[in-house]
Design a protein around this ligand. Sequence first.
Ligand SMILES: [Ca+2]
Ligand SMILES: [Ca+2]
Length: 510
Amino acid sequence: MNIERLPRLLSRPQCCMAILLTMGVLSGTPQLAPAVEPATRPNVVFIAIDDQNDWIGHLGGHPLAKTPHLDRLAEQGTTFLNAHCQAPLCNPSRTSLMLSLRPTTTGVYGLAPWFRTLDDWKDRVTLPQHFQAHGYRTLSAGKIYHGGVGGPAQRVKEFDVWGPAGGIGVKPEKKLIPPTPMGNHPLMDWGVFPHNDEDKGDYLVASWAVEQIQSAKHDEPFFLAAGFFLPHVPCYATQKWFDLYPDDDSVLPVIDENDRADTPRFSWYLHWSLPEPRLKWVQENNQWRNLIRSYLACTSFVDAQVGRILAALEKAGLAENTVVVVWGDHGWHLGEKGITGKNTLWDRGTRVPLIFSGPGVKSGQRCNQPAELLDIYPTLVELCGLKTREDLEGISLTPQLKDARAKRERPAITSHNPGNHGIRSERWRYIRYADGTEELYDMQRDPREWINQAGNAEFAKVIEEHRKWLPTGDRPPAPGSKHRVLTYDVGTDTATWEDSPVRRQDPIPQ
Ligand SMILES: [Ca+2]
Ligand SMILES: [Ca+2]
């Protein structure tokens, strides 16, 4: 595909859709012809980590993060240091990744709907289905899609084999932290309490994945998806993982208490009223350090589960012929910019781990080029020699997997509801909100995104270059959209957050 044309294609989803329909590629019947004999194709182990930001050892997002297994995988393969989600929220991010389509193309922006309920996407061939159609046995455990995928008839269409659902697993009898604002949501909890790692949902998911690897037939390739729930809240961990992190303020991220003074008011609308507490609440309730230690403890625990799967591949003699990809679905704030949680267009909300290893992947590489999660689909297709698809919006990362210095023209683009987009190039972060307000950060000089340079005339040209990549003509939220859905009416300057109007004079919810 001509890279020069991409911004234009992106800015005209309807036009793009018409082209794709003409090509017959959205009809639901994939044009499949095996490109490589199935027996010689590599296996795929596809590992998702929920709400995992860049607090991963080698990503440097937190100086104390301990993730030895992910760091070793990165050493064995290629890790992307500038990888970003397409939506800073589970459902739209995962929908985008599994279809290799942007939220602005699918209209899926909120925690609902499940894309199969939409006429345009009900028969769309997902990443695992494309592998299934090429003779792969597809297996899934834990959180790969957001929520259930429907009844048994639909489940077998999505994956051949289903393992345990994973999730939280063992819970304390009552919440460990004081009641949180916005309704004391049951998921808003964290801390240490006596339990066994073996009773956690993620442990069971890893155990099941290990069993599948041990019993895999060596003459039939498999696509094994394992989705870890932690460090999603509630961040419960056992003492052993807490003990990896000091019980003092050295764990706290460095923040500017006045950081939001130069961010547009509209930036608040993206996370207007949510169960995730603000920084003010965690500070006042003496929960900031506890939350950070809990999140880091859960990250290290999940890292150990990834390690169990990787060890099983080695032991089974499958490591040489298995492509492993690890990704997080979006980032998470832990006090930065005055909030905890997701739903932002800054690096802390969009930057994620993305690691590939295995056949076709050069080892020991760290790539600074912008990468997007929707690139995973075409990358795996190419690495495994499947027939390429012309209807994906991702661009294969295989050039970077061979040579990390290979340039990527396209920045990473994240959208949170129509009209709000973050554009991340190698050096800059540019954000434009639906009301036209903007932010610009020089990520080399200001990696914490403290100084908004959008009003600095010196950078007018930088802004102009980044604006070219903004999706336009965004699809409105698809039928059934709800939970964290934000729309904006330019005529009345009224934003609507989860069906309620937000006006200029409304106080920012704390
Ligand atoms: Ca998530
Ligand atoms: Ca600031």
